[in-house]
Design a binder for this molecule. Structure first.
Ligand code: UDX
Length: 432
């Protein structure tokens, strides 16, 4: 068995590198960002994930190295591509990193008679392999038969755990090549993990269908939650619990909230919409999913305006800045969008987050005030808004809320619903 080479050290790449090293594979992590490599070499993770630095340090002592330059690939190596595919203005994805890494791989393997296995984990729209990746190889007279599509389903905040226990593995490619990767994964994972083998394009689409369906579930439950808000005595969590018992619906991803954020759902829904449009098919469903999601921040703002009067010059505390708990990621975070809207309304914004404050400071600098403890963030405030379900917010009590100027709490995740706290409590999706 050769070594593992991973191009692109974002969430997926770093997690995969650590995981495979822990499974006794010799791993080389490659990224063009020199600073990132320097940091990783020291055992410091550029991303926050629970337990990641401990796992990274352990892997570095064993079989993991990082570099920004790779000189050689051997035929027995497995090359993983985990570079980002960011959104372009029209919603489609930017393939510049996919193209540059493909070219780099071509350069390294062009004189080899036996080719290594190349595994594309980056999220790419259906047709990208056929229309973009394959031609780069063919143009250089290199067969593309050893390239497979292997989408990743890990979630931020539980990236290591999800990599350790995937619910399935999808491999798209020529059967023989796909079987080679299947054999590799079977050595690592239990026989119970289902492996779906398909052609390249189907595997590409599985990833988008998966994420778009989950986003649809969230926008659906958010629509019902907004309706609940107007129906006294109704409760979205009870509705979600009840409909979730229907096995045809399922209980997961029915947590109403301020809307989905992060590096995947917003980007993937937009990309699928752009593809459907290109094919001249009506894309009303996903456009609605996307619009419903964008509207959620306005719903939160409307709630604030209803209870905080006047809004201008009021002081508002935002609890939770990361797009989800256990993460420092603020990409497409609803908190960022809400802060922007509050600042437009001349509100004094005070914020707290256990991990994401550094990243938020890069966006807003001195325009808002940062607090290390929720209690200080709430002091003298006119309204508090919980946007992220951090564990520490579940135990907030009168001790923290008692120093507010006007004790109003808008809980978009309903984590303090039913708790005895002396505040005007507004739970998103709980009929007023
Ligand atoms: C998602 C997919 O779950 C994962 O499979 C894929 O590989 C990448 O995209 P991630 O973005 O890390 O993962 O987090 P996820 O837990 O899916 O949450 C995404 C967003 O949806 C968050 O903003 C979260 O708060 C929100 N969400 C999720 C809800 O509002 N309600 C829910 O019920 C679930």
């Amino acid at each position: 068995m050769g070594k593992i080479i991973i191009f692109g050290l974002g969430f997926v790449g770093i997690t995969l590198a650590i995981f495979l090293a822990s499974k006794n594979q010799n791993v080389i992590g490659v990224d063009i960002d020199k600073k990132k490599i320097q940091v990783l070499k020291k055992g410091i993770s550029p991303i926050y994930e629970p337990r990641i630095e401990h796992a990274l340090k352990k892997a570095l002592m064993k079989r993991l190295v990082f570099t920004n330059k790779i000189e050689r690939i051997s035929k027995d190596d497995i090359v993983f591509v985990t570079v980002g595919t960011p959104s372009k203005k029209d919603g489609s994805i930017d393939l510049k990193f996919i193209k540059s890494v493909s070219k780099k791989i071509v350069e390294l393997i062009k004189n080899m008679s036996d080719l290594p296995l190349v595994v594309i984990k980056s999220t790419i729209l259906p047709g990208t392999f056929e229309d973009t990746i394959k031609p780069i190889f063919i143009k250089n007279s290199i067969s593309s038969k050893n390239i497979v599509i292997n989408p990743e389903f890990l979630r931020e905040g539980s990236a290591l755990e999800d990599t350790l226990h995937p619910h399935q593995i999808v491999i798209g490619g020529e059967r023989k090549t796909a079987k080679t990767l299947e054999k590799f994964y079977r050595k690592i994972y239990s026989n119970k993990v289902p492996i779906e083998i398909s052609n390249h394009t189907t595997a590409e689409l599985i990833k988008y269908a998966n994420n778009s369906f989950l986003a649809t579930k969230i926008s659906f439950i958010n629509s019902i939650a907004n309706l609940c808000q107007t129906l006294p005595g109704t409760n979205i969590d009870q509705i979600a619990r009840s409909i979730g018992r229907d096995p045809r619906i399922g209980s997961l991803f029915l947590n109403a909230g301020p809307g989905y954020g992060g590096s995947c759902f917003p980007k993937d829904v937009k990309a699928l919409i752009s593809l459907i449009k290109k094919r001249h098919l009506g894309s009303d469903l996903l456009i609605s999913v996307h619009k419903t999601n964008l509207n959620q921040v306005k719903i939160v703002l409307r709630l604030i305006s209803k209870y905080v009067k006047p809004l201008k010059n009021s002081s508002i505390s935002i609890l939770g800045l990361a797009f989800k708990e256990n993460s420092d990621d603020i990409r497409e975070s609803v908190s960022i969008k809400l802060i922007e809207k509050l600042l437009e309304n001349h509100v004094k914004v005070k914020v707290h987050d256990p991990k994401a404050m550094k990243n938020v400071e890069k966006v807003f600098g001195k325009k808002i005030t940062y607090y290390k403890h929720p209690k200080d963030c709430l002091k003298n405030s006119n309204c508090a808004i919980i946007l992220t379900s951090w564990k520490q917010y579940f135990s907030l009590s009168n001790k923290e809320f008692s120093k507010m100027k006007t004790p109003i709490l808008i809980d978009t995740r309903r984590i303090l619903a039913g708790k005895k706290i002396n505040v005007k409590y507004i739970g998103l999706g709980i009929g007023e």
